[in-house]
Design a binder for this molecule. Structure first.
Ligand code: B12
Ligand code: SF4
Length: 594
């Protein structure tokens, strides 16, 4: 039983209800902490929740996806039915949630026909005019910064004094009572990232308050590996062809000409605050050199002496001097670089314009100055990239291991561009210029793709250089070879490599079996056969081309710092008692059941 929340954020699984579908998801999430259910909710849930609570509203997060993953008998519909907020917020941020987010909204509307449903996130922004026309969507907040627009909308919905009329809420797409759609101007676009707080203490506090951690964990195994993020910016200075978070995509969707940066002192304070609570690595998002050399210098000055594990990213080769400064400031650092391909022609077509030699020098320098690990990422499904080229990339990974991999600090990874080419990216907007052939353009088309029987048919693209069949085949072939190389060079234990190879083999034969069934069975037979294959499909669905634990850094000591958490409980209890003693009497609102 919970007191009534003003707003409840719901995070849906990619496909609803994935537990009832037989889908071979493939290696779509091998290199992120989530499973193919994409159970991670957007970081923006926490920045919005913190902002709204700061303004006196009560907010809850319910991660339906994690709850469904953790418990087969969990009934999301029953939970939704028992909730009773003023409004629901549902993220359609990542396009792979097109099926789940819409289905969850439909369930919410069924049980709460009079409760407003607010959508937001990048995909909601891109498809806002289509999205608002679904009968179960009432509002769409557009843009990369929804904290203030959703505060204004919530003020309207809760009848707060001086609340603005709907037509005055910035970035809002909405329907009036007659069903007419209104698109307010996109005027809220803060120039810095200083007005938000990415405060994981909000998450822990809210979990304690609701006596429920399960709704707040960002992904399934987070309590075992509490990786967190700190944000240096919104937007990007680069415009990689496939990326919906690129400068070009931000310009198109959010009207930004340049990224919004977080003050470097505030960023350092964010990292330190997170580390008081968790021993897990803090991923500092965004290349610290983007805002200019002075930014990184100020950040390094502010963070100097921090010994916790951090992950930083480079978008291009870096000077030895920069890397040495980085190492002095945060000695326990891991570096992530995405080379995309070994072939500079492919990399250039991708939108990154540097050769191998400067990046190899950067890798050597990073090792010399003491990087704890160097994760080097490659991708399949790129412009100008043939199947042979993808396999050439694996040869290059071996070269890198021969040259830089002696002490096991360099780890190469490869994954496909999947399931979707991002809307708003240059590749999606002008596919013909970059050699992409799209099989879906609208939200509804993507929603349908998501329930295709295997990832081969979920993909929303092919390229001039590879059909979907070739892309799938070469992705598995490349994964298999890289897995063996990693075992050979001692990066992963033999048993783990054997288990990964086993999953790749299962996946390859399932892909072939599904293809065969698609052409040789009736619809009913196909459904029956797919249901029969479900246990095998599930077995092959996790960590396909590599074991996602390969990405994890060693976390020493207790993962969450319970003394700090206990301190927060005491602080909160004291505040609650203080408020109870001083607050005027307010009649209780109907409670929520779970
Ligand atoms: C960090 C990051 C991640 C992190 C996760 C961070 C997280 N939990 O949010 C990791 C590495 C795990 C990740 C994974 C993935 N990512 Co990512 N990610 C990013 C990145 C680089 C930054 C996001 C960020 O920091 N945002 C800042 C926070 C504060 O804002 P926010 O979360 O966006 O939320 C704000 C708004 O979006 C909006 N909003 C969001 N949700 C909602 C909901 C409501 C109701 C409302 C009102 C508003 C709202 O308001 C929020 C507050 O202002 C962006 C690129 C970029 N430059 O933006 C890509 C990006 C968002 N990711 C993308 C993709 C494709 C993915 C993956 C699907 C990739 C994959 N196949 O594995 C997965 C999905 C993982 C999952 N859900 O389980 C695409 C999305 C394109 C699209 N339209 O679908 C982007 C744009 C670019 C890219 N290709 O990386 N990602
Ligand atoms: S892929 Fe390119 S455009 Fe996208 S966030 Fe990374 S560097 Fe920026």
């Amino acid at each position: 039983m919970f007191s009534r929340a003003d707003l409840i954020f719901l995070h849906a699984p990619s496909v609803y209800d994935f537990r009832k579908h037989s889908i071979l998801y493939g290696p779509v999430s091998d290199l992120v902490p989530s499973t193919p259910v994409f159970e991670m909710y957007p970081i923006g849930f926490t920045t919005m929740a913190e902002y709204l609570e700061r303004h006196g509203l009560r907010v809850r997060i319910v991660n339906l996806a994690v709850r469904m993953l953790n418990d087969d008998s969990f009934d999301p519909e029953a939970l939704i039915k028992g909730l009773n907020p003023v409004a629901f917020g549902i993220d359609l941020h990542w396009l792979p949630h097109a099926h789940g987010a819409l289905a969850v909204a439909e369930v919410v509307k069924k049980h709460h026909p009079d409760t407003p449903i607010i959508f937001g996130g990048f995909s909601s922004t891109y498809f806002h005019e289509e999205l608002i026309r679904y009968p179960f969507v009432d509002y769409v907040i557009r843009g990369d910064s929804a904290e203030e627009p959703i505060r204004q909308l919530m003020a309207h919905l809760t009848g707060a004094p001086k609340a603005r009329a709907l037509r005055e809420v910035p970035n809002l797409t909405w329907k009036d009572r007659s069903g007419e759609v209104h698109v307010n101007d996109h005027t809220y676009r803060p120039e810095t990232l200083d007005n938000v707080m990415l405060d994981y203490r909000y998450v822990v506090r809210a979990a304690i308050r609701d006596m429920d951690m399960s709704n707040y964990v960002p992904f399934k195994d987070w309590l075992d590996y509490p990786i967190t993020a700190a944000l240096s910016c919104r937007g990007c200075t680069q415009s990689c062809v496939i990326c919906g978070g690129s400068g070009a995509a931000f310009k198109k969707m959010h009207g930004r000409d340049k990224p919004a940066y977080r003050d470097p002192d505030m960023l350092a304070a964010d990292v330190r605050r997170i580390a008081r609570m968790s021993s897990g690595p803090v991923f500092i998002l965004g290349d610290l050199r983007q805002p200019g050399r002075d930014y990184a210098k100020r950040f390094f000055d502010a963070i100097r002496g921090f010994t916790g594990p951090v992950i930083t990213e480079l978008f291009s080769p870096a000077s030895r001097e920069f890397l040495a400064d980085l190492a002095r400031a945060m000695p326990n650092f891991t570096l992530e670089v995405s080379l995309e391909s070994h072939d500079p022609v492919v990399r250039h077509a991708f939108g990154k314009h540097y050769g191998n030699e400067p990046m190899e020098r950067t890798l050597q320098d990073a090792l010399d100055v003491g990087a704890k690990r160097l994760d080097v990422f490659f991708m399949s499904g790129l412009p100008q990239q043939t199947a042979e080229s993808v396999l050439g990339t694996i040869d290059y990974c071996e070269d890198l291991l021969v040259r830089f991999g002696k002490d096991g600090r360099l780890a190469p990874f490869i994954s496909p561009l999947a399931p979707f080419l991002d809307p708003g990216s240059r590749g999606f907007e002008e596919p013909h210029l970059h050699g992409y052939k799209l099989s879906a353009h609208t939200l509804e088309e993507h929603r349908r793709l998501l329930v295709a029987p295997s990832w081969k048919y979920v993909l929303n693209y092919e390229t001039e250089w590879m059909t979907r069949h070739q892309l799938v085949d070469v992705t598995y072939a490349a994964g298999r070879r890289l897995n063996r190389i990693k075992a050979e060079y001692g990066l992963i234990p033999e048993a783990q490599a054997a288990a990964t190879e086993q999953r790749i083999n299962w996946a390859v034969s399932l892909i072939a079996e599904i293809d065969r069934l698609m052409t040789s069975t009736t619809k009913e037979e196909f459904q029956r056969e797919m249901a029969r294959l479900r246990p095998e499909i599930e077995r092959a669905n996790m960590s396909t081309v590599c074991d996602k634990r390969e990405l994890n850094l060693d976390v020493k000591g207790p993962k969450l710092k319970y003394r700090e958490v206990a301190h927060m409980i005491v602080e909160d209890a004291a505040q609650m008692i203080g408020r109870a003693l001083t607050a005027p009497f307010r009649p209780a609102a109907p409670a929520e059941n779970e």
